[in-house]
Write a protein that binds this ligand. Structure first.
Ligand SMILES: CCCCCCCC/C=C\CCCCCCCC(=O)N[C@@H](CO)[C@H](O)/C=C/CCCCCCCCCCCCC
Ligand SMILES: O=c1ccn([C@@H]2O[C@H](COP(=O)(O)OP(=O)(O)O[C@H]3OC[C@@H](O)[C@H](O)[C@H]3O)[C@@H](O)[C@H]2O)c(=O)[nH]1
Length: 396
C-alpha cells in the first residue's frame, strides 16, 4: 500500500466512525426526547417551592408582545414577581408593560428603565441583554431567578415545571427552545429547525451532561450568579447563557432540562431574520468552541452523507449514490419522528411543507456555516460587536 492509499484508507475509516457516531446522536436524542419532553415533572411539595423572580429584558415591541407578556401574569405558581426592564426611556415596550401592570394589579410586577445602576455606573459591559438585566437582578427578592426573553410565551404550568427540577444539587434548569405555531413558511421553518437539528443536539448533549444551553428561558439560583462574580461578569461575552451554564457546573451544581419547552412566539419573524439569528449564534459558537468549526458540518445530513457515501464506496464498493439516498431518507425519517416528539403530536402543517422546510434547512446549513466564518462583526438588536476567540466581545 502506498502512503496515499494508507491516508485515504484511514480517512475513510474515520468518516465511517463519525457516521456511526451521528446515528448514536440521533438515537440518544429520540430516546431522551421520548423520556423527557412533555412528561409530568417530578413531584415537589409546596413547602419546598420557593418564590421566583422572573426577569424580562425588553427592547422594542412586536405584534405579539402584549399577548406573550400577558401569559406571565397568569402563571400557576404560589409566589412570584415579574421584573421588566428596558434600556431606553422612549422604548414603546414601556406602554405595553404599563397597560399590563394596570390590568393585573394583584400580580407583583415592576418596570425598570435605564442603565443608572449604582453610584452613577451606567455601563457594566458590552452585552446589551446583561446590561438590561442588571437592575432587575439586583432588585430580585427571590433566590430562584427566571431569565425569560421578550418573545417567550409561557404556559400556565411552565414555572412549576422548572421549579420542580430545582433540587438542592441543581443550579440551572433550562427549557429547550421550540417555537409556537405561527402563520406562513417562516413559522414552519423555525419549528423544523428547533424540532430537528437543534433538538437533536440539545437533547443528546443534555443526556450526557454536555453544555448546550440557550438562555432564552431558564431558571438559575441567584447565589450561583453571585458566587461566579456577579451578573456583570458575564457581560463581556455575547453568549452569556453558555458561560452561566459553565459557571454553574464549576460550582458543583447540576444543569438539567425542564420537561416543558421555551415557546418562542415573537410577532416579528421571517426567513431572513431567522437566518441572521442562526449566523449570529453560529459565530458565537465557533468563537467559544472552535472544534465545532469541524464538528458542526460533520453533524449535518448532507455533508456527512457526501463524505460517508465516498467512504463506503472506497472501503466496501457500495454504490455511493444508493448509499447517499438511503442516508438522507433515514435522516429525514428520524428527524420527522423527533419533530413529532418535540411537537407532542401531529405536526400543525402538511408533510410537503415539512419536506420543503427540511430540505431548505439541510441545504442552507453549509452556506450559513460559511457565512459565520466571513466576519467577526456581530449585529444584535442594533448594537454592533466585534467577537473574539473565546467568545468575548467589544462593542463598536
Ligand atoms: C462526528 C460528528 C460529530 C457531530 C457533532 C455535532 C456537533 C454539534 C453541532 C451543532 C450544535 C448545534 C447546537 C444547536 C443549538 C445551539 C443554539 C445556540 O447557538 N445557542 C447559543 C445562544 O443561545 C448558545 O450560547 C450556545 C451554546 C453552545 C452550544 C454548544 C453545542 C454543543 C452540542 C454538542 C452536541 C453533541 C452531542 C453528543 C452527544 C452524544
Ligand atoms: O441589546 C440587547 C439585546 C437583547 N436584549 C434582550 O435579550 C433577549 C434576547 O434577544 P433576541 O431575541 O434578540 O436574541 P436571541 O433569541 O437570539 O437571544 C439568544 O441568543 C443569544 C444569547 O446570549 C441569549 O441569551 C439568547 O436569549 C430579548 O429579551 C431582548 O429584549 C436586550 O435587552 N438588549
Amino acid at each position: 500500500m502506498s502512503i496515499g492509499q494508507i491516508f485515504a484508507f484511514s480517512i475513510a475509516v474515520a468518516i465511517c466512525g463519525g457516521w456511526i457516531f451521528v446515528w448514536i446522536i440521533h438515537i440518544a436524542a429520540l430516546l431522551y426526547g421520548c423520556r423527557k419532553l412533555h412528561k409530568a415533572p417530578p413531584t415537589i411539595s409546596p413547602e419546598d417551592l420557593q418564590g421566583v423572580s422572573i426577569i424580562k429584558p425588553l427592547t422594542g415591541v412586536d405584534p405579539n408582545l402584549f399577548y406573550n407578556l400577558e401569559t406571565f401574569f397568569n402563571l400557576n405558581f404560589p409566589a412570584y414577581e415579574i421584573l421588566f426592564s428596558v434600556h431606553d426611556e422612549h422604548d414603546p415596550a414601556i406602554m405595553v408593560v404599563q397597560k399590563l401592570i394596570e390590568k393585573y394589579p394583584k400580580v407583583d410586577a415592576k418596570l425598570f428603565i435605564g442603565f443608572d445602576f449604582f453610584a452613577g455606573v451606567k455601563y457594566i459591559g458590552p452585552n446589551g441583554k446583561v446590561n438590561n438585566m442588571m437592575k432587575p437582578f439586583e432588585a430580585a427578592k427571590y433566590e430562584w431567578i427566571v431569565i425569560s426573553d421578550s418573545g417567550i410565551k409561557a404556559e400556565k404550568d411552565s414555572l412549576i415545571d422548572m421549579a420542580s427540577f430545582m433540587k438542592p444539587d441543581v443550579g440551572l434548569v433550562l427549557q429547550m427552545p421550540y417555537a409556537c405555531t405561527r402563520k406562513g413558511f417562516a413559522g414552519v421553518y423555525e419549528k423544523v429547525y428547533f424540532g430537528t437539528m437543534a433538538a437533536r443536539n440539545c437533547l443528546s448533549a443534555n443526556s450526557v451532561g454536555i453544555n448546550c444551553s440557550t438562555g432564552m428561558s431558564c431558571m438559575v439560583r441567584k447565589t450561583v450568579i453571585e458566587q461566579s462574580g456577579g451578573l456583570a461578569s458575564f457581560s463581556k461575552y455575547l453568549a452569556e447563557d453558555f458561560f452561566i451554564c459553565e459557571a454553574t457546573k464549576k460550582l458543583g451544581y447540576k444543569v438539567t432540562l425542564s420537561n416543558k419547552l421555551a415557546m418562542q412566539n415573537s410577532g416579528n419573524y421571517s426567513l431572513d431574520n431567522f437566518h441572521k439569528r442562526l449566523i449570529r449564534w453560529g459565530q458565537l459558537r465557533f468563537a467559544m468552541l472552535p472544534t465545532l468549526i469541524i464538528l458542526e458540518p460533520l453533524g449535518e445530513c448532507m455533508f456527512m452523507g457526501v463524505l460517508s457515501s465516498w467512504a463506503v464506496e472506497y472501503l466496501f464498493g457500495i454504490s455511493s449514490m444508493a448509499f447517499f439516498l438511503m442516508h438522507v431518507l433515514t435522516w429525514f425519517l428520524l428527524d420527522y419522528f423527533l419533530l413529532r416528539i418535540t411537537e407532542n403530536g401531529p405536526l400543525p402543517f402538511s408533510k410537503s411543507e415539512f419536506l420543503v422546510a427540511w430540505l431548505l434547512r439541510e441545504c442552507a446549513s453549509f452556506y450559513l456555516s460559511m457565512r459565520c466564518h466571513g466576519t467577526s462583526l456581530v449585529v444584535w438588536r442594533h448594537r454592533k460587536y466585534r467577537l473574539r476567540w473565546g467568545g468575548t466581545i467589544e462593542e463598536i
